[in-house]
Design a protein around this ligand. Structure first.
Ligand SMILES: Cc1ncc(COP(=O)(O)O)c(C=O)c1O
Length: 393
């Protein structure tokens, strides 16, 4: 079995883009392998090939529910968070159409949420996009003020994938509960790193995906609290996953998601502290050697591995092209080919010219102090070189 443990370097390039995706953990891969080979059955079949697969799916459902502090019946497996977000937003909108047509979300949400909301607007729904503060945080007071008698759903992310800012989820949940409005959270970046008990957070629905927690790509889940009415299915097909998400189950992926959730639960505290101290060491080293760098995101209420910085005078695409030994991102991975300023930084009020210089370092469990030193050295060299070439600098 090839080990992926500690595999943050390929061709001597250091991986620091763990908000885009994480390497698969060796124990997760090990758990999945039998379901890609010997135990290939369809979990809906009644013969032993099927029941073996079904047992594995139900074990994984327990592992996910255990991390989320919920009941197994609250978990619907999907192909990932884009699908979970769409199912929550569009599926709940269709299911609650009789009650109202108004949805509230934020301007710094992931495109899976924003684009699902834009699609609903073309179908007669009304959406309020609330602003965020300079750190990218949503205000529960703004949420309360935006609620109307027609509001059926609100959706706010747990932690932002670009700047790492953690939203006051329990306070927003209290507002939602007080007004009888359903609350969905895109919890992709928070689950497994931050407190992940859904009942304690108070959300009715939450999206998660395996590939941000050292699991495989293409598998995720939607948490739906058992007292919450089910979203309308977005697909027609068989009756899998209580009819909410029909389709033959991705057994190996589900097993991987379960193993990744179990692993996250066990390593959460240790991982969080270690990763945060590496992140802070990187920030300190860059601050010591470079002027005019600006932190994006909340200085404290931020994901442990997130360091999003603007390097004044250095365009981020030129910066990334100059980094030969470091894999980082200009913002969200989905936007990495675009030269437009990130919608999150724009929402936070970062001036356009500065926003175009943002680089996101996403540290993860397998990064080391030695890698932090190498990355800091390389970034300092590249930034100094590019600033020396820029006539206006
Ligand atoms: C906050 C957030 N939501 C949704 C997604 C989409 O997840 P998936 O890749 O599983 O579709 C991502 C991944 O980039 C994300 O960071």
């Amino acid at each position: 079995m090839p080990s992926t443990q500690g595999n943050t370097r390929v061709n001597n390039i250091i991986y620091m883009d763990n908000h885009a995706t994480t390497p698969i953990a060796s124990e997760v891969l090990e758990a999945m392998m039998p379901y890609l080979t010997t135990h290939f059955g369809n979990a809906s079949s009644t013969h032993p090939f099927g029941t073996t697969a079904k047992d594995a799916v139900e074990k994984a459902r327990h592992q996910v529910a255990d991390l989320l502090g919920c009941s197994v019946e609250d978990i619907i497996f999907t192909s990932g968070a884009t699908e979970s977000d769409n199912l929550a937003i569009r599926g709940i909108a269709y299911a609650c159409r009789e009650k109202g047509n108004h949805i509230i979300t934020g301007t710094a949400e992931h495109h899976a949420i924003l684009d699902a909301c834009h699609a609903l607007e073309t179908e007669g729904f009304e959406v309020t996009y609330l602003p965020v503060d300079k750190y990218g945080m949503v205000s529960p007071d703004d949420v309360a003020a935006a609620i109307t008698p027609k509001t059926i759903l609100m959706s706010f992310m747990y932690a932002n994938n670009e700047v790492g800012t953690i939203n006051p989820i329990t306070d927003i949940a209290a507002v939602a509960a007080k007004h009888g409005v359903l609350f969905h959270s895109d919890a992709v970046q928070g689950i497994g790193q931050l407190p992940s008990d859904m009942e304690m957070l108070g959300v009715n629905l939450a999206s998660l995906t395996a590939h941000k927690i050292y699991g495989p790509k293409g598998i995720g889940a939607l948490y739906i609290h058992r007292d919450t009415s089910h979203p309308h299915s977005l697909f027609h097909g068989g009756g899998q996953e209580a009819g909410v998400r029909p389709g033959t189950l991705n057994v190996a992926g589900i097993v991987g998601l379960g193993a990744a959730c179990e692993r996250s639960k066990n390593y959460m505290e240790e991982g969080k502290n270690r990763v945060a101290s590496l992140r802070d060491a990187l920030h300190q080293k860059l601050n010591e050697h470079l002027d005019d760098i600006h932190l994006n995101g909340h200085p404290e209420h931020r994901l442990p591995g997130n360091l999003n910085l603007c390097f004044a005078g250095v365009q981020s695409h030129a910066h990334l092209a100059g980094l030969k030994r470091v894999a980082v991102s200009t913002g969200s991975a989905c936007d990495s080919e675009s030269v437009k300023a990130s919608h999150v930084l724009v929402a936070m009020g970062v001036p356009n010219e500065l926003a175009l210089t943002a680089v996101r370092f996403g540290l993860g469990r397998y990064n080391t102090a030695e890698e932090v030193d190498i990355v800091a050295d390389e970034v300092v060299k590249v930034v100094n070189r590019l600033r020396a070439l820029a006539p206006e600098w």
